[in-house]
Design a protein around this ligand. Structure first.
Ligand code: APR
Length: 320
């Protein structure tokens, strides 16, 4: 049986980490695409030379030619520029929108059957634009943000409760930005909701509020510390989990930026909601009932995404 093929568009910090993880997990052959000359081939060669030591049998290829992504089963897009200290994700909009135009055209021509996971920021607007430019069905194009945001939330909660991260589940909705909506009622330790844990004296509402705030600005905290670029280990790990759910038809229930068609009262807009990812891509959008406060915060988040889409349309009048 032929191996799966994973194409990574953008071979920078996240792209290189994705290639390493995909190869170590033997998810399939890996193509690293980047406009930077030589760099993707250099990373592919470096990783290939790790293979004999670690014992993974996959082919890695670096390229600047879109024809090499032909037949890809999964494409993960990180092409663009990352944030610098002081920049918001939205500041990247103009530059990265043009990049999505080029990437969408490349996918449309060479790999229209792929499942596409977008990571480029500002995420909810870029995944929407990539869907438009690529012309792929909406269930085959998703944005990676919720798995990362909820992983950050889980990490902070596990530290606060002093329990294993494995036993902490967390629920994050909305756009990937300062308006994201971590929902405490649906976040648990081994099934016990966080509000119950507060009643049990495990923590306080004030501490939870601080964790919610730290989760919202979790990416910015790392941008500040790194001084040059943005997070890459956790974003790459999160996208790999989504790719695996598709390739193995695991039907995992994961938060992701998906195209809403009426769910949550929203139409034709990508925003973070729980989805089921299986062999057909986004198999289902899970519509939960939100309490008044979560609904209010979700609406604020949706409005922020709408503003970004308007900004995209002002830059490119071909966008609907
Ligand atoms: N086509 C392909 N690759 C491109 C293009 C393009 N049109 N434009 C830029 N690139 C490449 C750059 O050459 C670079 O190697 O995208 C890569 C981006 O890598 P990094 O700068 O290392 O950025 P990274 O940390 O990987 O983040 C990528 O993900 O989380 C988001 O905000 C982040 O938008 C950023 C993206």
């Amino acid at each position: 049986m032929a191996r799966n093929k994973i194409a990574l568009i953008g071979a920078g910090m996240i792209g290189g980490t994705l290639a390493h993880l995909a190869a170590m997990k033997e998810m399939g052959d890996v193509v690293l695409f980047d406009i930077a000359e030589g760099m993707p081939a250099g990373k592919a060669l470096d990783l290939s030379q790790a293979a004999p030591v670690d014992g993974f049998d996959v082919n890695l290829k670096g390229t600047s030619n879109y024809a090499d992504i032909a037949g890809a089963d999964v494409i993960i897009v990180t092409a663009g520029v990352p944030r610098k200290p002081g920049m918001s994700r939205d500041d990247l909009l103009g530059i990265n929108l043009k990049v999505m135009g080029a990437v969408g055209a490349g996918i449309k021509q060479h790999a229209p059957d792929a499942f596409v996971i977008c990571i480029t920021n500002p995420l909810d607007a870029m995944v929407w634009a990539l869907r438009e430019y690529s012309g792929l069905p909406a269930e085959k194009v998703v944005g990676m943000a919720g798995v990362l945001d909820s992983a950050r939330f889980r990490h902070f909660l596990a530290q606060e409760f002093d329990v294993s991260v494995e036993d902490v589940t967390a629920f994050v909705l909305g756009g990937h930005g300062d308006t994201m909506v971590p929902v405490l009622e649906y976040s648990t330790v081994a099934g016990i909701p966080v509000p119950d844990l507060i009643k049990m004296g495990w923590s306080t509402q004030e501490k939870m509020d601080a964790i919610v705030q730290r989760t919202r600005s979790g990416g910015g905290e790392i941008v500040q510390l790194l001084g040059n670029g943005s997070a890459y280990y956790a974003p790459a790990t999160s996208a790999i989990m989504m790719a695996e759910s598709y390739l193995k038809d695991k039907r995992r229930v994961l938060p992701a930026a998906a195209n809403l068609t009426g769910q949550y009262g929203v139409n034709n807009l990508y925003v973070g909601v729980p989805v089921v990812i299986g062999a057909n891509g986004v198999e289902k959008i899970v519509e939960i009932e939100l309490n008044a406060e979560a609904q209010k915060n979700f609406d604020v988040s949706v409005d922020a995404v709408k503003e970004l889409l308007e900004a995209c349309k002002a830059i490119d009048s071909n966008l609907p």
